[in-house]
Design a binder for this molecule. Structure first.
Ligand SMILES: Nc1ncnc2c1ncn2[C@@H]1O[C@H](COP(=O)(O)OP(=O)(O)O)[C@@H](O)[C@H]1O
Ligand SMILES: [Mg+2]
Length: 588
């Protein structure tokens, strides 16, 4: 046990005189309440501690204790479906008095689970191997793993039945004859990535149900995305929509420095919504980590590592996990605040120079992997960024760009026009597009990439033509240009726009997305032919079928394939009729 005596306190930063040999990043307990902290700097006669809880009442002379171990969290079956603070301590009630955690408290109370062993005594188990599974009363089945770092031969294995999560299920006898008790829980240091057998290529998309993401700027399983956007552009609504409808098995939602009432709302909503994949409440597949704006600032820094460690824990059980962080900017601000108290030299935007590498440490942990047990699992990370006054050249946005693969730029003008999701198609990108195209192709949507490229070209042309239209007026533009504006309008309104609050459209299956893509592609092709035969585009946009296309996202639900094919037939017929009707020719 290491001991130190506090010499000064300034907010979350505490300086103390050590009477033992502390190590960097050692977890410590401060004062009688045992507030949690971490050693962040060591000098000859002084250590500096970052305290993760409110330091009011902590004075010089107070004792600090450490045991040489890094800041760790307690992982086990009780986590899924729970709400925790940045150090994975359960939050009793987030809605009434704001998030409240007993100062100095450690982990969840122990609970009972029904354990079903999957190995027999005498088996030789490697680290990360599956020992058995538990089935909580109304939640998802989970696996119990041999913790990373230990291996050996199973002895004294319990029979199937109900056990407390802190009693040994078996002993593992390692090569040296050392006996390691294995319980349902184990601890893991938050800043250390959990080991895997291999990193696998990200070759399939994580489907989000959002067309502008899945079809235009896809994210891979094991991928990483940033959502930068100014205030009110829809970052939180988008993250929540993704958390609800993406096809991950487990969601880890880190509320980092944002308002507490938003998280309370999320909790309420998730409780009521049904998981389309399992029929349970959505909350049962979710872990919420709350470090809202009214909670101690220093713990915010730890919260995203806690979040990603929890995500890796479920990944190691062979699951696909999605982690959402709202927002990485508030996290970076916490770094800046603590750095200022430490008297460090400020870098770009006042952020400490290590902000970028800390962001990298976080995003690096997104991956699709082969687990130690030989299964496939993934962690996909999506981080919101809130650049001050929506300026994407500021440090948190620009450094995030270096580490992510999908960039969903929210646009204030789109949001202002209530065009949601306000992802700007010309400012966003995905470097995984090529590989995701292979997946869509293998699923039978062979024109996915071609259509995607066609759509993007149209949107680029639209941006260019709209500038011109503002100057010379739309009516003065040649027919082909008016045709492009018409197609782009359909693409935006009928495809990219998708309300998070529409029962029919809040989430679109890949099949529905593919059908809609094809119909719009059909329209673009046929309309081009008709227009080049001299029919003015306005005659097309006045057709009843055009209005039906514009509204198909709101009107034709998933599974109504007949309605879609009837619509496609009507489109064909209407275009043929129009071409045959001998409309007045127009110079183009
Ligand atoms: N996808 C969406 N569909 C419908 N409305 C949305 C959508 N995204 C945002 N909004 C509207 O915009 C408001 C602000 O969104 P929010 O996510 O809170 O912004 P931010 O987190 O970027 O500050 C929401 O309260 C909602 O009314
Ligand atoms: Mg928000």
């Amino acid at each position: 046990m290491n001991l130190a005596i506090i010499e000064s306190v300034s907010g979350p930063v505490v300086r103390a005189r050590p009477e033992g040999s502390f190590v960097m990043r050692e977890a410590v307990r401060v004062g009688e309440k045992g507030l949690l902290g971490e050693v962040i700097r060591i000098k000859e006669s002084e250590i500096v501690i970052q305290v993760y809880e409110d330091t009011t009442g902590i004075r010089p002379g107070t004792r600090i204790e450490g045991d040489g171990l890094p800041l760790s969290i307690h992982l086990g079956p009780g986590i899924l479906g729970g709400t925790f603070d940045g150090l994975l301590r359960p939050i009793a009630d987030i809605s009434i008095n704001g998030p409240w955690v007993e100062p100095g408290s450690v982990t969840s109370k122990s609970a009972h689970y029904y354990f079903i062993p999957q190995v027999v005594a005498g088996s030789s188990l490697q680290a990360g191997a599956i020992l058995g599974r538990v089935k909580p009363k109304d939640g998802h089945e989970q696996r119990i793993l041999v913790p990373p770092g230990i291996s050996g031969v199973v002895e004294e294995l319990v029979a199937e039945g109900e056990y407390r999560d802190d009693v040994p299920l078996c002993m593992l006898i390692d090569e040296d004859g050392t006996r390691h008790p294995v319980t349902m829980c184990h601890t893991w240091p938050v800043r250390r990535p959990r080991p895997t057998a291999a990193r696998l290529p990200s070759d399939e998309p994580m489907l989000t149900g959002q067309r502008i993401i899945d079809c235009m700027f896809p994210i891979a399983r094991g991928g990483k995305a940033a959502i930068p956007g100014g205030f009110g552009t829809g970052k939180t609504v988008l993250l929540e929509t993704l958390a609800k409808w993406c096809n991950a098995d487990v969601i880890v939602y880190v509320g980092c420095g944002e308002r507490g009432n938003e998280l309370a709302g999320l909790l309420e909503e998730f409780y009521q919504l049904e998981d389309p994949h399992t029929g349970h409440s959505l909350l049962k597949r979710t872990v919420i980590i709350a470090n809202t704006s009214n909670m101690p600032v220093a713990a915010r820094e730890a919260s995203i590592y806690t979040g990603v460690t929890v995500a890796e824990y479920f990944r190691d059980q062979g699951l696909d996990v999605a982690l959402m962080a709202d927002s990485t900017s508030r996290w970076a601000e916490a770094l800046r605040e603590v750095s200022g108290l430490l008297g460090e030299l400020p870098g770009e935007g006042g952020y400490p120079a290590y902000m970028s590498s800390r962001l990298a440490d976080f995003y690096e942990r997104a991956a699709k992997v082969r687990t130690l047990a030989g299964e496939t699992g993934s962690v996909t990370i999506i981080g919101a960024v809130s650049p001050p006054s929506g300026d994407f050249s500021e440090p948190v946005t620009s450094h995030s760009r270096r580490y992510i693969r999908s960039f969903w730029a929210l646009d204030a003008n789109r949001a202002y026009a209530r065009f949601y999701p306000a992802i700007h198609p010309l400012h966003s990108y995905s470097t995984d597009e090529e590989r995701m195209a292979n997946w869509w192709h293998a699923e039978g949507n062979v024109h996915w990439q071609e259509l995607r490229t066609r759509f993007l070209t149209l949107l680029e042309e639209q941006a260019h033509l709209e500038r011109m239209a503002r100057i010379i007026g739309k009516d003065a533009m040649p027919a082909h240009q008016r045709y492009i504006l018409m197609c782009a309008e359909l693409l935006n309104e009928g495809f990219l726009r998708q309300s998070a609050f529409s029962e029919i459209d809040r989430s679109a299956s890949p099949d529905r997305q593919a059908v809609m893509m094809r119909i719009i592609g059909e329209f673009i092709e046929q309309a081009e032919r008709v227009v080049s035969n001299g029919v003015p585009p306005e005659l097309i946009s006045r057709l009843p079928v055009f209005r039906r296309l514009m509204r198909m996202s709101e009107e034709i639900p998933d599974g109504e394939w007949e309605t879609f094919s009837e619509l496609a037939d009507t489109l064909n017929k209407s275009m043929v009729e129009l071409a045959d009707s001998g409309q007045p020719m127009e110079d183009s």
